[in-house]
Design a protein around this ligand. Structure first.
Ligand code: PLP
Length: 394
């Protein structure tokens, strides 16, 4: 692993050395599909793996590699891989770790498309999954089978913000030699570093907080075991081919530099909004890990550096009331995705989680009146004034 400085320094410097690139302060954008070989023999050596050196951008590109090196350091990993989207990262990781007949145990409430992927894997490859509440060690142990290969965890869970105790998961997984994969999208490595407490892989939709500016769709995987990451690079990533473009890697490195500063402001703003939402007469249950009444407030304080920038809440009334709220916001943007500079609001039951059958949605705690908000970087007073007038319009 690269020598580590403090996180705020590593987001700016890790994995890149200007003197290797003609002194360029910023990692250069290698916008090229292929690389020329100085000789036939050198070309043969590169293909044989006897010489480092670039071949073709699906196999590796220096701009993308710089991002991967930085990300490995930030997640306390030994390696990282960049992908075309968060789902390309999730699917490559799950396919890499499983064979036909294997079983995956998941936290009950996962990203809608991850749920879709698990169903596809079950239908096409007979790789079963169970969505379970990971509230207790016992519930997790009961769900494990002989053929369980992966424990797949989102924490906080999208969109209910339920947390999973990662130390407990690691303890159980280690006894059985099961790999733990954590979707760390909602936290980013600034708020939570699962590899540091023994998880095996972290996956990200870099589209969200890592990019942070709403201009890239991208994914990242970081791993504890360098060999496993290298194997993924030369198999599932090379042959399925969901690679990240060099320009997207360049944008993400730019985004990463301000990750701690942005995240702190996202968290500050979310705190202010949550305090006010909680007291509003049109708001029912609120799901925000920074709320002292949140059932897992203690776990959130222990596991996350800060409670994050995401808030979900139920409006009192029906689905129509929720939709009225969404139609009434003016500054806040009605859009899925999260982690952007703009505050975004959406309705999980009819949008991000519409693919999840109603019965499963109910089990996950996603009601028809649930709203999910990604608190942006605007003035919190402006965000609140807009939200308040929209709530009052219901
Ligand atoms: C957005 C998201 C994904 C999928 O990422 P894409 O970049 O959209 O493919 C996966 N997990 C979580 C928690 C997400 O929010």
């Amino acid at each position: 692993m690269e020598k580590k400085n403090r996180f705020e320094t590593d987001v700016i410097h890790a994995g890149y050395e200007p003197s290797d690139h003609m002194g360029s302060l910023v990692p250069p954008l290698f916008q090229t599909s292929t690389f020329t070989f100085p000789s036939a023999l050198e070309g043969e050596r590169r293909f044989a793996g006897e010489s480092e050196g670039n071949i073709y951008s699906r196999l590796g590109n220096p701009t993308v590699t710089a991002l991967e090196r930085r990300m490995a350091v930030l997640e306390d990993g030994e390696g990282a891989l960049a992908f075309a989207s968060g789902m390309a990262a999730v699917s490559a990781t799950l396919l890499h770790l499983t064979n036909t007949g294997d079983h995956i145990v998941c936290s009950d409430g996962i990203y809608g498309c991850t749920f879709g992927l698990l169903q596809l894997m079950e239908k096409k490859y007979h790789i079963d999954h169970d969505l379970i509440s990971m509230d207790t060690e016992e519930s997790l142990r009961t769900a494990l089978r002989e053929n369980t290969k992966i424990i797949y965890v989102e924490t906080p869970i999208n969109p209910t913000m339920k947390l999973v105790d990662l130390e407990m998961i690691v303890r159980v997984a280690k006894e059985r030699n099961i790999r733990v994969v954590v979707d760390n999208t909602f936290c980013s490595p600034y708020l939570q570093r699962p590899l540091a407490i023994g998880c095996d892989f972290v996956v990200h939709s870099a589209t969200k907080y890592i990019g942070g500016h709403g201009d890239v769709v991208a994914g990242l995987v970081a791993g504890k075991d360098k060999e496993a990451v290298d194997e993924m690079r030369s198999t599932v990533r090379k042959d399925i081919g969901g690679i990240m473009s060099p320009f997207d890697a360049w944008l993400l490195m730019r985004g990463l530099k301000t990750l701690p500063i942005r995240l702190d402001r996202h968290c500050d703003n979310a705190e202010k909004i949550a305090e006010r939402l909680k007291k509003h007469p049109k708001v029912g249950k609120m799901f925000y890990p920074g709320d002292p009444d949140f059932p897992q407030y203690e776990l959130a304080s222990r596991q996350m550096k800060r409670p994050g920038g995401m808030i979900s809440f139920e409006v009192k009334g029906s689905k129509e009331a929720a939709q009225k709220l969404l139609d009434s916001v003016k500054l806040i943007r009605l859009a899925v995705s999260l982690g952007d500079t703009e505050t975004l609001i959406q309705h999980p039951a009819s949008m991000t989680h519409a693919v999840v059958p109603e019965e499963d949605r109910k089990k996950m705690g996603i009601s028809d009146t649930l709203i999910r908000m990604s608190v942006g970087l605007e003035s919190w007073e402006d965000i609140w004034e807009d939200l308040e007038q929209a709530l009052n319009s219901i």
